[in-house]
Design a binder for this molecule. Structure first.
Ligand SMILES: O=C(O)CCC(=O)C(=O)O
Ligand SMILES: [Fe+2]
Length: 292
């Protein structure tokens, strides 16, 4: 599936576009089942340690992790793509439907950017917004978590929910058009966030997106997450692609060629290589690429 010209123009005009019905059960099912298996493994290990008492084995994907997390907040610690290193997740990074869409915006030489996350936004019953963190990110541009040497690189974010992302389950809010102002100064306090006085005053849109859809964003598009007021976990993936050869913004983490028209053999298809690249990168002293 290609983007329509209208969708491409929308993206170029507003700095984001929401494309529904891109991914099917065949695309997302294997990834979800792999996550379920990894949840189960962790739950059993914690159960054996006495850190959780109830396994909730019969609960569905949307619910189980929240019930486990309520017993042990460490359930979702390090529960991310580069720590889990799942085979199905690796395969999904080169999903042809995703890459067909990325190609419409970035061309035919595509690399998978190492800034990528699996997020489990937990139900939030407290007053006001859930506090800032991996689960609830404050206003920012994705460029803020890249190193300055990637300033000239086009990097596009593909945010895709694994359950319906609505106002209730927690989706993103996006300020349309504001990417045209370029990079805005961020501060580290309160989670990497745009300095308050610099946040564009234009009204945000609520980027609801059903499972199977994708929210595509420019790296200068201001956005934030909203609280999950439902009883289910708002699972999502955020992946990024850039043009092969461009600086990724995190050269200490592995990028890889995801599609190449001129040299198809350069595409990384070997799961073990990807896994090793991440293991080696994460074994080194941690580096950060946060800009302020
Ligand atoms: O998942 C969210 O709520 C926000 C994620 C985000 O900021 C991103 O994908 O760039
Ligand atoms: Fe973001």
């Amino acid at each position: 599936m290609a983007l329509t010209l209208e969708q491409i123009i929308d993206f170029q005009t507003n700095g984001y576009v929401i494309v529904e019905d891109v991914l099917t059960e065949d695309d997302l099912g294997p990834v979800i089942r792999e996550i379920e298996r990894l949840i189960d493994e962790r739950a059993r290990a914690y159960h054996a340690d006495g850190r959780i008492t109830e396994l909730h084995e019969d609960e569905p994907f949307e619910r189980r992790f929240a019930l486990l997390h309520a017993q042990c907040p460490d359930m979702n610690r390090g529960f991310d793509i580069m720590q889990l290193l799942g085979r199905e997740m690796f395969a999904f990074l080169t999903n042809q439907r995703l890459l067909d869409i990325a190609e419409c915006l970035l061309g035919r030489e595509l690399s998978c950017n190492p800034i990528q996350h699996l997020r489990s936004k937990m139900p939030w019953k407290g007053e006001g917004e859930q506090s800032a963190g991996m689960e609830n990110v404050p206003w920012h541009q994705d460029a803020a978590v890249t190193s300055p040497d990637s300033e000239a690189s086009e990097m596009i974010t593909f945010w895709l929910p694994l359950v319906d992302a609505t106002k209730e389950t927690g989706c993103m809010e996006i300020i349309p058009g504001a990417f045209k102002g370029g990079y805005l100064k961020h501060q580290a306090e309160g989670g990497t966030t745009i300095v308050k006085e610099l946040l564009p005053s234009d009204p945000p849109i609520t980027a609801e997106c059903r499972k199977g859809g994708i929210v595509i964003m420019n790296k200068y598009t201001p956005h934030r997450g909203t609280s999950n007021r439902s009883d289910i976990v708002r699972w999502s993936l955020d992946l990024r692609y850039h043009k092969t050869g461009a600086a990724s913004g995190r050269d200490f983490h592995p990028s890889f060629v995801a599609r190449s028209a001129s040299r198809p053999e350069s595409v990384l298809g070997d799961y073990e290589v990807w896994r090793t690249l991440w293991k080696e990168a994460l074994a080194k002293p941690a580096q950060k690429a946060h800009r302020v």
